[in-house]
Design a protein around this ligand. Structure first.
Ligand SMILES: [Zn+2]
Length: 181
């Protein structure tokens, strides 16, 4: 039983991934309710349960804010390996991380100033601000939540989450709509 169960907060925000065994304990203690199950049934000595896939805590849990530093890996995960200027998805090796406000012009190494860019876009932008070279961000860069990054790095959990709630990154604006910072 190594498969992960997605745990939602009482408010339906994703919280974490736990083992099926831990999920069953939470359900049996009525600390959580079943949101979605697989087709499989699990049997114990005196009962039968559907195998949980997604559970929701019955009481709201306030978590400390966990921050994740922006790195090449985490910025690309947030941006779904998509160039934030032209929308190209040429694959990780052909992508770079671009400082929206170039470092040489005082730009910070922060989530809000880092985006995934394909090599041609990065080259075209050079040491300019996007508006100076008529380039537009498809989405305003932001700091993703820890859980969003956990989900993005686990495709199975992310797919369940998207089927239930829509975008893993709740803040994501539609890609066709340019957002100006
Ligand atoms: Zn591009």
């Amino acid at each position: 039983m190594s498969r992960s169960v997605l745990v939602l907060n009482a408010t339906y925000e994703p919280l974490s991934l736990i083992s099926v065994r831990r999920a069953l304990i939470l359900l049996l203690r009525e600390k959580a309710e079943l949101v979605e199950a697989t087709e499989r049934m699990l049997r114990s000595a005196n009962a039968t349960f559907p195998e949980p896939l997604v559970i929701r805590l019955t009481r709201y849990v306030r978590l400390p804010h966990r921050t994740v530093p922006p790195t090449r890996t985490t910025v690309m995960l947030r941006d779904a390996y998509t160039c934030q200027y032209c929308g190209a998805t040429p694959g990780r090796d052909q992508l770079t991380v671009d400082h929206v406000v170039p470092r040489s012009r005082g730009g910070d190494h922060t989530w809000e100033n880092l985006v995934t860019a394909c090599k041609p876009c990065n080259h075209r932008k050079g040491n300019h601000l996007p508006e100076e070279v008529q380039m537009h961000l498809r989405r305003k860069p932001y700091e993703p939540t820890y859980v969003a990054l956990v989900l993005l790095s686990n495709p199975v959990a992310a797919a369940r989450w998207e089927a239930l709630m829509g975008s893993v990154l709740g803040q994501a604006a539609p890609a066709s709509q340019p957002v100006h910072p």
